[in-house]
Design a protein around this ligand. Structure first.
Ligand code: DX5
Ligand code: ZN
Length: 230
């Protein structure tokens, strides 16, 4: 197994993990934000890349990822909300991604791209939106290191949690082995996280619930405690 994929997959141990989504961070003080997260013991950063085409919002791309890679040794979990991700995965890997997640709605041949991500040396992730049927993933689960169940439509932080994510997590928990990480993203907060954990999620992406707090450490600890259901 390659070093970066291996490093990302250490998140299989000591679950659950709360992954802050930097979408809600202060981009005028990115280094300070990252240092604060490191100090409170965060194990991985979630990065939302949006292209204004696959989703109606634009965030950041390769130069910001490269900058973050220089700033921190934390694993970088890169959520690609872009059209035609196959054309970009090599560059995102080169920029420093440890896990690359593509949307099932954006790819025609999911197995091919997931295998390609692993060949590059990153962990392979597939994401699906709340309106997308979970069965669309059936043919590619065996080549996923991570499945990202969206609990809001991809595109914006601060949206309301969609309950359909819970059914999908439970479905996946029955179908994947212990090697596949289940991640939930969107509207994850102190009210919703416990149900996500009970449904089988292991990685919990949180934007507003972390950065909306005056004390990131306390917010993460609280989420972590609520997610520790087993
Ligand atoms: C939405 C992104 C999420 C978002 C989560 O498309 O994938 O990662 O930042 O933000 P909250 O936690 O505020 O819903
Ligand atoms: Zn995300």
């Amino acid at each position: 197994m390659t070093a970066r994929r291996d490093r990302f997959l250490t998140l299989r141990h000591d679950q659950p993990h709360v992954l802050p989504s930097l979408l809600a961070a202060d981009f005028g003080n990115l280094e300070r934000e990252v240092r604060k997260l490191e100090q409170v013991g965060v194990r991985c950063l979630h990065l939302d890349v949006m292209d204004g085409c696959f989703v109606p919002n634009l965030t950041f791309g390769l130069p910001v990822l490269e900058g973050l890679r220089r700033l921190t040794d934390l694993p970088l979990d890169v959520h690609l909300m872009i059209r035609d991700p196959m054309s970009y995965i090599e560059r995102f890997y080169a920029a420093g991604a440890d896990c690359l997640t593509v949307h099932i709605e954006a790819v025609e041949q999911p197995r091919e791209i997931l295998q390609q991500i692993r060949q590059l040396g990153a962990a392979s992730g597939i994401a699906l939106n709340p309106d997308t049927a979970i069965t669309t993933l059936d043919d590619c689960l065996d080549v996923c290191d991570l499945v990202l169940v969206m609990s809001v439509p991809a595109g914006f932080g601060g949206q309301k949690f969609h309950e359909v994510a819970l059914e999908k997590l439970a479905y996946l928990r029955q179908r994947v082995d212990d090697h596949t990480l289940l991640e939930v993203d969107g509207g994850v907060n102190a009210t919703t996280i416990e149900r996500c954990a009970r449904a089988g999620a292991q990685l919990f992406v949180a934007g507003s619930a972390v950065f909306g707090s005056d004390d990131y450490g306390q917010a993460i600890q609280q989420l972590d405690r609520l997610a520790s259901v087993s």
